[in-house]
Design a binder for this molecule. Structure first.
Ligand SMILES: [Zn+2]
Length: 140
């Protein structure tokens, strides 16, 4: 067996597949086309290019990702606010607009990340019946 084939047969761990935005069923196909951050807009593939899993399992399936994204956004805002306070931005009325600008910037910077990983969290951990099937990761 050549090294290229051996490398393709290495199974990704769940966390590794999650961070690389691989299909939750085969962990080979990419869930998104395009990078998270870049000039090319990221788009979610309709089907897994490897195992043909339809990612939108039912109509309106990704509305739930909106709630996940909301929770991620709140967590990021709280983290950034606490960090700003620790690094010296006092919680005064005069600093109100600094905090507003900081949180608005945080939301903008993290929105591509939240878009991608809210859907990945939904696919990996909030979808009953959608599990890793190692036999699907083999080359057809
Ligand atoms: Zn797949």
């Amino acid at each position: 067996m050549s090294t290229i084939q051996e490398n393709k047969n290495i199974r990704l761990s769940q966390w590794s597949a999650f961070t690389k935005a691989k299909c939750p069923r085969c962990r080979v196909g990419n869930t998104f086309s395009g990078p998270t951050y870049g000039f090319k807009v990221q788009q979610m593939n309709e089907f897994c290019p490897h195992c043909k899993l339809k990612f939108e399992r039912e109509p309106g399936y990704f509305y739930v990702a909106m709630f996940v994204s909301y929770a991620m956004n709140v967590a990021e805002m709280v983290t950034v606010s606490v960090a700003a306070y620790i690094f010296g931005l006092k919680l005064d009325y005069e600093n109100l607009w600094y905090f507003v600008a900081l949180l608005f910037g945080t939301t903008l910077v993290f929105s591509p990340f939240n878009y991608r990983y809210s859907r990945m969290i939904l696919l990996y951990w909030l979808s009953p019946g959608l599990n890793y099937e190692p036999e699907r990761s083999k080359n057809n």
